[in-house]
Each structure stands twice: as structure tokens, then as C-alpha cells.
Ligand binder design. Structure first.
Ligand code: ADP
Length: 769
């Protein structure tokens, strides 16, 4: 058997196997329904048929009836090459119209070819006769046109894409594709120049091209071609240096031995030199390797261990997040020669749920925006699978699993303009993220760089944890401090309560006690003196009235405090309310020469509220105004309808005085129960006397009444000044219709409170009568 046939059989067998493999691999991915996979399958399937029919020819197997292998090869080769053009368009993500246009063109070529091939209705012969060349030549020309169309389409689109500014990985893939296109073009040339040698030479090229194409389409990570070529060159170079050194050594030794070398001597010396060399080998290898790496890749690779050590030392000393971020990004950028970078930290802590990435520090980046990834985000899943520890922008664009990324997230990645993302992982959960721009030299990241980055990110995860812990400790410390302060405040209030309550109750009790003792010790004579008796009894009644007032207000405040103040709402005329509340003070106002005025109160609308409670509130406000206004001052009560966002239509009552005023730092605290600004022992000096303080419950009750109606109460005052008297304005806002907060579930509690109120009401009514 001629050697050529044997070679052809071997080549066709190998390429058939290769194509079968490609068909299987492509078919397995058909599920993804990507157009590019569909075209790849088409392309390699026709490659397989071509290869098999060439094998049949080489093996001289009898053709099946109606099917000559030569013809099959011609048809399949044409379809295969035409589908390569379409595959390229797909791979480069050209729009659908271009693809359809291409296929229309391809179909026309195929149909024309088939018309001549099968001499459809004798048209082939007619046209051939017209043109004056044989129909076989026309066929060949049409097939050639097919090849040229496919290859030109591929080359033009590739060139256009090369021109665009693309991520490095993408350009790298284009380079692979370009090589595949070149291989196909050469195999085409072989076919047209000599179909006879295509069987072994062209088929090999065709398969080589197809394998490259398959590799690029089916895998998303193609090793950087520049690096690949660089590595091959470096290894060849190192080996050449070693060989040169070996032979030089050999030559030197032989020359030194000054003998005409015969075969044995040379062998002996060769062995000696080889032994010496074997010992020196690792050193020479390392030196020449470093030398060539420097020359080929233009820089020394970093000493990983040293870098990591330095790095971990620097970041472990950063105790707050911001500093950690700054140190981290600065070191990484300096070590790796990167143009820009951002460190993100996951504010959710990275314990399995969603992730909220917040930019911590950045260098050279223009766009640093926070982002939120939901728990099931493909981005988080990718790292949870634990396979990869870095991901490129290109991966995000092409890998099928990222197709589910939301448009917003995709935009976020695009806007950042970064090339590589290295997660800071804690047990496969994102604790943070490092985003890096292109390397300053414009090369792709080397594997060593990636390893280093991942190692650095691991270190960063540890540092992040300890920093977070430290920050948490600091926060807890602060919280403990605040709590301590609050506790001290509560303690103060408690002791205030004890002293105020005991004093407030004790004073009237002492009165009652004293007068009742006197009643008990009455002499015969005294018993006959009704005026004296009346004085004593009045003393007892006054004391018990005062005590009852204090207990009542305590009860009301307690009720208001648990948010359970029950209201007896009905139509209320506020003019009457103000009248009722102020009438008792008219005498004292007169005595103390305080001018009292009303404004707008009579124009207020009728509201739905608990009138008794409102009288109570205004009484307290007026009482306070009188207490904290020096003799000769003024007190005014204004009313106006208002509309508030949260409450809606309401009325606002403002009690202003020209009194001593209140420091802004106490504006809120005076509404707390038992809180009083001045000395706690200086109280109950009278209900209307200047600075005659009470138990510190009045304002608490006022706020309670306002809130029970769904309204509010607050104070405005420039400050406390007993000389200049800046005055205070107390605001009371009550909605037109009561918005009673709280739910109605706790009926029993309410019921009991209502009953008590009834009792208290009838009690006080009785008193009034
Ligand atoms: P008290 O029973 O002591 O009056 P309040 O709750 O009514 O208690 O008031 C609390 C504190 O608010 C008072 O001790 C007083 O210092 C201050 N205060 C209340 N009203 C006025 C006012 N109109 N002018 C100045 N200070 C006031």
C-alpha cells in the first residue's frame, strides 16, 4: 500500500475521532439554546462527515448507492466552511440581521452550486455553454466563492472587533479565532490547489482550526496567547542556554585535556561534565529562567512570600475599616502594577444571606457606587460553589450562569470599568470584594498574579474580620456607656420620684395628722367654739384635697404612660374649655398683676374630644405659665385651626408667657414624669406662686392627654433667664376627630380603667356639688 494512502488513513481516522469528540461536546451544550452552540454543532458535524468520507476514500470502501464520497466531501466541505462564517458572526455577537443576510447569501451560493452539480433542468449545461467554461469549473468557482465569502466575513468582523476597545480576555479569544481562521484559509488553499493532498495536509489544518474554534466557544477561559507564546519561548531559551553551557563545558574540558579527542575520551568527559552539570543544574536553571522571564515578560515576578508577609503585617495593624481599605488597595495596586482598584465591604457581614457592598476605598476609580445582591444572586452563588476564587468582567459578560444577573447589576459592573474581581471570602460567603482595573502594562493577569491576589484577599478576609470585631467592640463599648448613662438617669429619676412623692404626700399628710390630733385633743371649751372647730376641719379637708390631687395626677400619668388613657369623646367647644380652665386663676392673675389675654379661641371649630381632659391640660398649662412668670408679666392663650401631614385637620392651642423660659436642653425632658429643672426639694410651694414647683407630672399628663387624642404637645423657648424673662410657648395640638392610638384587644384593662374613671368622675362631681 502506498505510503500516502497509509498517512491519509491515519490522518482521517485521527481527525474523525477529533471531530466526533467535538460533535459530542457541542451537542452536550445544545441545551443552552445558544445560537453560537447551534452553529458550532453544525460546523463540526459537517467536519465529521467530511473527515469520514475522506477516510472512506482512503480505505477505498465502495460508495453507497447514489452517494459518491468525493461528492459528499465537496458538499460537506462547502456547508462546513459557510457555517464557519455564520459561527464567527455569532461568536462576535453581531446582530441578527447580519446573520440572516449572511445565511441568505450562503444559501444562494449553495443553490447555484447545486444547480450546476446536479444540472437542474439542464440549466447547468445551458449556462456553461453561454459563458463558455465547463460546468465543472463553474462549480469549482462557486465553491471557491463560498470559501472566500466565509473567510472574508470572518476576517472583516474580527478586524473590526480588534479595533474596538475590548477587555483583554476578549481580545485574547479573538487571537485564537484569528489563528483558526488562518488554518481554515490555508486548508482551503490546499483544497483548491491540490485536492489530492487535501486528504492528509488540508484535513489536518481543517481539524486544527475546528479544534481551536471548539475550544474557544466551549471554554470561557483561554490562556493568554501572549503568555503562552512567551512561556514556550522562555522554556526553549532556558533549554538552549543549558545546552550551550553543557557543550561549552565539554569543549573547554576537551581542549584543556590537550589530546586529540577520540570517542571514548569524549564520552568520559561528557559524563564528567554531565555529572558536574547535574549538580549545578537547578541553580543555572533558576538563574537563566529568571533572566529570560525578565527579558520576555519585561519585569521580575514578585517574591510571593515576601509580598504576602509585608502585606499581612501592614493590614493587620489597621484597626478601623477605612484604614484597612486604604492600606489594602494601595498595597495591591503597588505590588501588582494595576491602574485602578476599589475595595468593597459587605455591610451584611457575609453570613449566608444577601450582600450589601459598600465602597470602602478606591484608587484611580471614577465610579464607586454601592450595590445590593439578593441572597440568590448568581454572583454570590458563583463563589458559594467554591470552584473559583476570582472572576473577570469578561466572565460576567459571557458565562451562561451570569445571564440571570439583573440589568441593574450588569450596569453596575459595566460602569465600574474594572477587569477583575477577587472576592474576600469567609467560608465561601462574600465578606468583601476587590475590583481591579487593567494592569498598567496592558497585559492580561498572569496566573501568578491571580494566585497572589487570592492569597491577599484571604489575608484581607482575616483582617476584615478582626477589624469588624474591633469596631463592634468599640460600638458595644459605646452602647454600654450610653446605657450606663441612661441607668444613672433612671436612678436619678427614681430617687427624684421617691423624694418628690414622699414630700408631696407627706406635706398634706402632716397637715391632716396635725389637725386631726388637735380635733382629738379638744378641750370642753374649745368644743364649744364653732369657728375654731371649722378652722381645724378645714385644715383636714385641705390636706386631704391636696393629697387627692397628687394621687389623681399620679393615676392619670400612669394611665397615659401605658398608652391606655381612655377618652370620653364628644363635641367640644374650645372656647368653653379655655373658659373653664382659666376661671379658677382669675383671682391669682389679678393678685399678681399678670395680664391674661385670649386670641382666636372663640373662632375655633367644634372638635370631637374629651372635654374634661382638655380642661385638665389647659389648667396645667395655665398653672405652669402663672408659676413661672414673675408678677406683672403677661400670659396669652391663642388658638388656630391647622392641617398637619401626620395628623390632618387639627386645632393648635398656644399658651405663651413672659416668664423665666426653659433651656433648650430640657425642652424634651420636662415632659418626662417627675422631671423638674430646679432643685427637687424645692416644690409644692404653692399651685400659683412664682416658681412654686409641683411634683413634675403636669407636662407628662398634658402630653399624655394630647397623645391619647392622637395629637401632640411641645415647648418652644429661647432659654432660661430669670432676669430678662424670654418666656415660653407651649403648643397643644388636638385633631378635629380623635385618632385614638393603640388597639382594642385589651378590653378588660380598658374596662377596668373606664370603671375607675367613672368612680373618679362621680367622685369629683360629688365634690363639686
Ligand atoms: P411641675 O409640677 O414641677 O410644674 P411640670 O411637669 O408641669 O411639673 O413641669 C416640669 C418642669 O418644667 C417644671 O419644674 C419647670 O421647671 C418647667 N416648666 C414648666 N412650665 C414652664 C413655664 N411655663 N416656664 C418655665 N418653666 C416651665
Amino acid at each position: 500500500m502506498p505510503i500516502k494512502i497509509i498517512v491519509e488513513i491515519v490522518v482521517a481516522s485521527i481527525t474523525s475521532i477529533a471531530f466526533s469528540l467535538l460533535v459530542v461536546l457541542a451537542a452536550l451544550r445544545l441545551r443552552s439554546r445558544e445560537s453560537v452552540i447551534f452553529h458550532l454543532t453544525l460546523y463540526v458535524t459537517f467536519g465529521l462527515i467530511t473527515s469520514l468520507s475522506l477516510l472512506m476514500i482512503a480505505l477505498a470502501v465502495l460508495p453507497l448507492p447514489g452517494l459518491a464520497y468525493q461528492e459528499t466531501t465537496r458538499i460537506t466541505l462547502l456547508v462546513m466552511i459557510l457555517s464557519f462564517g455564520a459561527l464567527t458572526l455569532n461568536f462576535l455577537k453581531k446582530d441578527k440581521n447580519k446573520l440572516i443576510g449572511y445565511w441568505v447569501g450562503a444559501a444562494i451560493i449553495m443553490i447555484a452550486w447545486a444547480i450546476f452539480k446536479f444540472n437542474f433542468l439542464g440549466w447547468g449545461t445551458i449556462v456553461a455553454a453561454q459563458v463558455g467554461i465547463s460546468d465543472w469549473e463553474i462549480q469549482k468557482g462557486l465553491a471557491g466563492l463560498g470559501w472566500v465569502t466565509a473567510i472574508i466575513t470572518a476576517l472583516v468582523s474580527l478586524t473590526l472587533d480588534f479595533r474596538k476597545k475590548q477587555p483583554l480576555q476578549y481580545l485574547n479569544r479573538l487571537r485564537y479565532w484569528l489563528i483558526a481562521t488562518a488554518l481554515l484559509s490555508v486548508s482551503g488553499l490546499v483544497w483548491f490547489i491540490s485536492p489530492l493532498i487535501f486528504g492528509w495536509a488540508g484535513l489536518l489544518l481543517l481539524t486544527g482550526g475546528a479544534m481551536l474554534v471548539g475550544y474557544v466557544v466551549l471554554s470561557y477561559h483561554t490562556p493568554d496567547l501572549k503568555i503562552l507564546v512567551g512561556r514556550a519561548t522562555r522554556y526553549a531559551g532556558v533549554t538552549a542556554i543549558l545546552a550551550a553551557l553543557f557543550f561549552a563545558g565539554l569543549a573547554v574540558v576537551i581542549t584543556l585535556s590537550r589530546r586529540i579527542p577520540n570517542a571514548t575520551t569524549v564520552l568520559v568527559w561528557a559524563i564528567v561534565v554531565a555529572i558536574i552539570f547535574a549538580n549545578l543544574f537547578p541553580i543555572i536553571w533558576r538563574i537563566s529562567n529568571r533572566l529570560l522571564t525578565g527579558i520576555i515578560f519585561g519585569r521580575q515576578r514578585h517574591d510571593q512570600k515576601r509580598v504576602i508577609k509585608l502585606y499581612s503585617q501592614s493590614i493587620s495593624s489597621a484597626l478601623d475599616m477605612k484604614r484597612l481599605g486604604d492600606t489594602l488597595i494601595k498595597l495591591m495596586i503597588e505590588t501588582l502594577g494595576i491602574q485602578k482598584g476599589i475595595v468593597f465591604v459587605n455591610d451584611r457581614g457575609g453570613d449566608g444571606g444577601d450582600a450589601a457592598l459598600r465602597p470602602l476605598s478606591s484608587i484611580g476609580a471614577t465610579e464607586t457606587v454601592a450595590i445590593h445582591f439578593s441572597t440568590d444572586s448568581p454572583f454570590l452563588d458563583y463563589f458559594r460553589q467554591g470552584k473559583k476564587k476570582s472572576i473577570s468582567q469578561y466572565d460576567i459578560e459571557v458565562m451562561p450562569q451570569f445571564r440571570l444577573l439583573s440589568e441593574e447589576t450588569r450596569q453596575w459592573f459595566n460602569d465600574m470599568g474594572m477587569e477583575l474581581y477577587v472576592p474576600i471570602l469567609r467560608e465561601r460567603e462574600l465578606a468583601g470584594l476587590l475590583a481591579f482595573g487593567p494592569q498598567s502594562q496592558g497585559t492580561a493577569y498572569y496566573d501568578e498574579d491571580l494566585d497572589l491576589m487570592v492569597a491577599m484577599a484571604d489575608q484581607a478576609a482575616l483582617a476584615l474580620d478582626s477589624t469588624r470585631l474591633f469596631e463592634q467592640l468599640a460600638t458595644i463599648n459605646q452602647e454600654v456607656g450610653t446605657l450606663n448613662q441612661q441607668l444613672a438617669g433612671i436612678d436619678e429619676t427614681k430617687s427624684d420620684f421617691l423624694s418628690i412623692a414622699s414630700h408631696e404626700l407627706r406635706t398634706p399628710l402632716t397637715h391632716i395628722h396635725g389637725y386631726s390630733r388637735m380635733l382629738l385633743d379638744l378641750t370642753e371649751e374649745e368644743l364649744k367654739d364653732p369657728a375654731y372647730l371649722k378652722t381645724l376641719i378645714e385644715g383636714v379637708v385641705k390636706g386631704s384635697d391636696r393629697m387627692k390631687d397628687v394621687v389623681d395626677v399620679m393615676f392619670d400619668v400612669t394611665e397615659a404612660n401605658v398608652g391606655e388613657m381612655s377618652l370620653f369623646a364628644g363635641p367640644v367647644n374650645l372656647e368653653d374649655v379655655v373658659e373653664q380652665a382659666s376661671v379658677q386663676f382669675l383671682t391669682v392673675l389679678d393678685e399678681r398683676r399678670i395680664a391674661f389675654g385670649k386670641d382666636g379661641v372663640k373662632d375655633l371649630p367644634i372638635i370631637e374630644a374629651d372635654g374634661t381632659r382638655l380642661v385638665q391640660a389647659i389648667e396645667n398649662l395655665l398653672g405652669n405659665a402663672i408659676k413661672y412668670t414673675p408678677d406683672g408679666g403677661t400670659i396669652k392663650i391663642e388658638g388656630r385651626p391647622i392641617v398637619l401631614d401626620n395628623i390632618g385637620s387639627a386645632v393648635e392651642l398656644i399658651v405663651s408667657d413672659s416668664g423665666i423660659g426653659i433651656d433648650p436642653e430640657f425642652h424634651e425632658r420636662i415632659f418626662e414624669k417627675f422631671f423638674r429643672i430646679d432643685d427637687t426639694m424645692h416644690h409644692s410651694t404653692g399651685k400659683t406662686k412664682f416658681k412654686g414647683a409641683g411634683p413634675g407630672l403636669g407636662l407628662t399628663l398634658i402630653l399624655g392627654i394630647a397623645e391619647a387624642h392622637g395629637g401632640n404637645a411641645w415647648v418652644e423657648s429661647l432659654g432660661h433667664d430669670e432676669v430678662n424673662c424670654p418666656g415660653s410657648q407651649f403648643y397643644l395640638v388636638i385633631p378635629l376627630h380623635p385618632i385614638i392610638p393603640g388597639d382594642d384587644d385589651e378590653d378588660s384593662v380598658k374596662q377596668s380603667q373606664i370603671e375607675t374613671r367613672h368612680w373618679r368622675r362621680s367622685d369629683s362631681e360629688a365634690k363639686e356639688k
